[in-house]
Design a protein around this ligand. Structure first.
Ligand SMILES: [Zn+2]
Length: 406
């Protein structure tokens, strides 16, 4: 099966990035998380090295590694020739990425992306389901669950540990509910319960900007960064912010709702009744409408605008660069407020064109431009988003989130 490699920065011999240390209140869960994250970031890595990197005792590291091995999360890598016996501290261990996958569902306005991710956050299989007619939640979610089952059936030997669902708009992680997604017309949709009932899997639900912050922390360019801002610019425009491994949710997970931030000089009418809201200005719908007006495309697929630009259509190039500049202005505002070490932007122009990234960085200003990077996951970003919700739960509490915990 084809695997799309996510961007994996080279492992550095530093301690796992900004991880909570073992002295925190929930010590057992934290220590387990620190050890598994160490294996993810540095594997294959000797248990003695993990002990040195994490500050945990060698005996404790060996114990956690034995439990993870029993659960099938890690395995011993090729041993040095002289080693004998079990639990040898200098024999390297690595993630076992052959046994478990995470189901991944991302619901966008025009389509749903369904995928399987391995424990390294890599896409093992992916399918896109275009929405036709109604986007009634029960129908969209049942179709996604059926497609997940089909992908799993096509991946013999892989067992799904859990599933993650990422959606734009206002998503309450604790209750697993999409509270409000005006563009889809969804309100108080119990996504966790619906997908759980269809799949029989534990299901975790979060907003897609937050999901992708976690993906960047665990598997992408923000690994090791003390604070990360993620700006998602699709049809939905929203943001998420994490410091020291903790993504800010706020009461009922309302943080990051920036759709109606006013853009100076904006001209687009917004559904909220005002003019020039960030989401109305930057949405892919607006990009496509402007592209139709400019004769670039006659459709509603923003990738056609990117393709036209790649074919040398200057009007398409102008539209994309102009959009990237506006995104840059929004990033500048958020940088002023939050001052993160790293800003990750998911936007198709910035993802596909150097001139768009340059325009965005130009707008942010030379001093801070280097902090701004495109998503680490390329065209697989939506396939990664849902599974990242479930992988974040696993890496935070590997023993609690694993199947044989009882
Ligand atoms: Zn508005």
């Amino acid at each position: 099966m084809p695997r799309t490699a996510a961007a994996h920065p080279p492992a550095s011999p530093s301690p796992p990035s900004s991880l909570p240390r073992a002295a925190d209140p929930d010590r057992r869960r934290t220590s387990a998380s620190v050890v598994l994250r160490s294996v993810l970031e540095h594997g294959p890595v000797a248990r003695s090295t993990i002990a040195r990197l994490t500050g945990l005792s060698p005996a404790s590291v060996t114990d956690y590694c034995a439990r993870f091995a029993r659960l099938g999360l890690i395995r011993e890598a090729a041993a040095p020739r002289q080693s004998k016996g079990v639990g040898r501290p200098h024999v390297p261990v690595d993630l076992d990425d052959s046994r478990f996958v995470m189901g991944s569902v991302h619901v966008a306005v025009p389509y749903t992306t369904v995928a399987l991710l391995d424990l390294r956050g890599r896409v093992v299989a992916e399918r896109r389901l275009r929405h036709t007619g109604t986007v009634e939640p029960a129908r969209v979610l049942a179709r996604a669950a059926d497609e997940l089952a089909a992908l799993l059936a096509g991946a013999p030997g892989c067992r799904a540990l859990s599933a993650g669902v990422a959606v734009g708009g206002w998503v309450d992680r604790d209750s697993g509910t999409v509270v409000a997604h005006p563009l889809l017309g969804w309100r108080d949709v119990p996504v966790r319960d619906v997908v759980g009932a269809h799949t029989g899997l534990p299901v975790h639900v979060d907003g897609h900007a937050r999901a992708l912050v976690n993906a960047e922390r665990l598997f992408g360019r923000a690994r090791g960064s003390g604070s990360v801002l993620h700006l998602f610019v699709g049809n939905v425009v929203d943001a998420a912010f994490a410091t020291h491994d903790e993504v800010h949710h706020g009461p009922r997970s309302q943080a990051g709702a920036i759709a109606h931030l006013p853009v100076p000089g904006g001209t687009e009418a917004c559904a909220c009744g005002r003019t020039g809201c960030l989401q109305a200005e930057l949405s892919e719908r607006t990009l496509c409408r402007r592209a139709r007006e400019a004769g670039v495309t006659d459709g509603v697929n923003p990738m056609h605008v990117v393709a036209a630009a790649a074919d040398g259509d200057l009007a398409a190039v102008r539209l994309l660069v102009d959009r990237a500049r506006r995104v840059g202005r929004a990033v500048g505002l958020l940088l002023d407020v939050l001052n993160p070490e790293t800003v990750v932007v998911t936007e198709i122009g910035v993802l596909h064109r150097a001139d768009c990234l340059a325009a965005l960085r130009d707008e942010v200003g030379a001093e801070r431009a280097a902090a701004v990077v495109p998503t680490s996951f390329g065209d697989s970003v939506l396939a990664v988003a849902g599974g990242a919700v479930a992988l974040d739960v696993l890496y935070r509490d590997p023993l609690g989130a694993s199947p044989e915990r009882n």
